[in-house]
Design a protein around this ligand. Sequence first.
Ligand SMILES: *Cc1c(COP(=O)(O)O)cnc(C)c1O
Length: 473
Amino acid sequence: MNKKKLLTLIPAVNDFLKSEKGIDLIDKYSRQQFLNSLREELNEIREKILSTDFNLENFDKNKLKMNFIIDKIKLNLETEKNQALNKLINASGVIIHTNLGRSILAESAANKVFEVAKNYSNLEYDLEKAERGSRYKRLNSLVKDLTGAEAAVVVNNNAAAVMLILSTLAQDKEVIIARGEMVEIGGSFRIPEVMENSGAILREVGTTNKVYLDDYLNAINENTAAIIKVNTSNYQVCGFTHEVKAAEIVEAAHQKKVPVISDLGSGIIYDLTEYGLPTESTVKAEVEAGVDLLCFSGDKILGGPQAGIIVGREKYIEKIATNPLLRALRVDKMTIAALEETLKLYYNFSNALKEIPTLKSLVENSAEIKTRAEHLKNIISNDYANKLKIKIIETQAKIGGGAYPLTNFASYGLEFEFKEDIIEEFNAKLRQLKQPVIARIQANKLIFDLKTVKNSQLEALAAAIITTLNEVF
Ligand SMILES: *Cc1c(COP(=O)(O)O)cnc(C)c1O
């Protein structure tokens, strides 16, 4: 038999369409999806046969049988279905993980989203005056309360906030920035590129490791629109370094009538030093220090939905609010619902620490995490003791998402040490579950960090692990 003959053994598309399994799959996924998947599969088979390194002798002809091919299509369609946005279990130990959806919402915030999504609302309707109202009004007064700023405006995310600020204040003008603060956030998102896209001209000062107040002041000229400080939220320059805080720049900059902008990245509302976190200036403190415009994310430490929150002096916020770009960057009603409810929780901070999952996780002590690790270990009865070792270990969880970049959080995890070389396979299977599980591999061991796993997820996590164990052994 030659290759050509082999190709003729592949069943015709029509036969697949008429087969019992084919009809079932079409019923479940639509004819279009079935055909797409089928054609892809058949093309792959043909290409394989026609490739130069194809070994005709060793080829198993059963792989060309209709049943074999259709089972593969079924599997492909099932996993494709899984590629929609799905909830998952984060056992990575990274609290604010951009790839995993950053902060999860407080119960009251999530409920409000649900309510507003299913009903009409007063999004832009003034109920007192029975006329058009502002979608930002209520939100702004909450933000102003919590930050002490004169005014506020909220947009889609913090990148949009930076862009909108610069496009309003610095179109074709210079913005002074320290070289040590030219941040890349991830996903090839670079602050300098965002700034340039807004129409501002970057005026870099200082060196990678050192910048002084005079560097900023000497760079001011008649074309200077602002000085911007960007929080180095995902790295730290240490060693032989010098930086200037926004608050230190303010007075001298104002004498020269240059506003100071600060991209805080995460932006914390309350000081968390009493919970063992390093000192970071709060939004309120920066506002009090006289910084003119500040922006931060809604879904980082704040613990709310994706949003970019801009606060600052009324005269600048007013300009921003009338920039037509705001219309393109405006937040939708579900974001507003979630953000309003999250911010309301901040009025009682001890309540916020209990209700907002991101904050709760930040301040949770490791003894509670250890209890979860023990509980998980107890549910997973190890029937595979000869193939694997399971033990509770101390771990270092991280916050991720742009704040406290060097801070580790004492945590506990369940460590799996496989006696065979199947760790990657096991981990891959966990990711392909209906409710995927994201663990981490460290020194050839698989670790489920319990910092980011809720009590209510322990049973599901255990079930996922047991199912996967049964599959690989
Ligand atoms: C995270 C971050 C951003 C981007 O915020 P998004 O809300 O993701 O758009 C911008 N600047 C800094 C300093 C950040 O840490």
